[in-house]
Design a protein around this ligand. Structure first.
Ligand code: GDP
Length: 203
């Protein structure tokens, strides 16, 4: 089977409860929209704890990776992490994420376009708002850190979930959306983004 064209790539974005409460929905959508990405699915819902747990268990390595990332973030700041076992961090984070993501409505969206997964992650910014780049959504709108979250025994509040790889995106989209909730259509702006010859611009 031929490799799909990068412009057909899709990714899952979930605006977490803090994104809605801080009335940043329009701002967040605009960041993705202005890249040229196409919105192909969107809904407002309060997810159940089991839905959230299943989401973070789609990738069997997620727990370990999340723990390693967190311990490394402490080390980079010259601080000692309050834990040593990455898997235990993963368990704690999953518990905390269930509370966080079920605390209020979220907006689940599917965005499509060239390199959608990587482009969305770049614009969203790194997991920890304290160290995510200025100009990214998390870097511009949140002050939270691993340290703050760990002291208070909660998940890092960072406004958004965005899929980490194409494989993850495909699994996550299936987890959040039924097939008929996604709409395939042509966005007129796609001509200038992707058309090879740019025919028909001049009168
Ligand atoms: P993301 O892909 O950037 O969202 O990050 P991950 O998939 O690694 O983690 C999922 C979510 O769990 C993050 O967005 C944070 O809300 C939260 N989180 C991740 N790591 C930690 C941690 O070490 N401590 C706490 N308290 N929360 C975390």
């Amino acid at each position: 089977m031929a490799t799909p064209h990068p412009k057909t790539e899709r990714t899952l974005v979930v605006i977490k409860p803090d994104g809605l409460q801080r009335t940043l929905v329009g701002e967040i959508i605009q960041r993705y929209e202005r890249l040229g990405l196409k919105l192909v699915g969107m809904k407002l819902l309060v997810p159940t704890a089991s839905h959230v747990k299943a989401h973070y268990n789609l990738d069997p390595n997620w727990k370990r990776i999340v723990g390693e990332k967190s311990i490394e973030a402490y080390q980079k700041k010259g601080l000692k992490a309050p834990y040593t076992d990455p898997l235990k961090v993963g368990d704690m984070v999953i518990e905390a994420l269930q509370k966080y993501l079920t605390s209020g409505p979220v907006i689940a969206m599917v965005w499509q376009g060239a390199h959608a997964v990587k482009i969305v992650r770049k614009v969203t910014g790194g997991t920890e708002p304290l160290t995510s780049d200025v100009g990214t959504i998390r870097g511009d709108f949140v002050m939270d850190s691993y340290q703050m979250a760990d002291i208070d025994g909660r998940a890092v509040r960072n406004l958004i979930h965005a899929s980490g790889s194409v494989e993850e995106a495909n699994n996550e989209i299936k987890h959040w959306f039924k097939k008929d909730e996604l709409v395939g259509y042509r966005l007129i702006a796609e001509q200038i983004l992707y058309d090879v010859n740019l025919d028909g611009l001049l009168e």
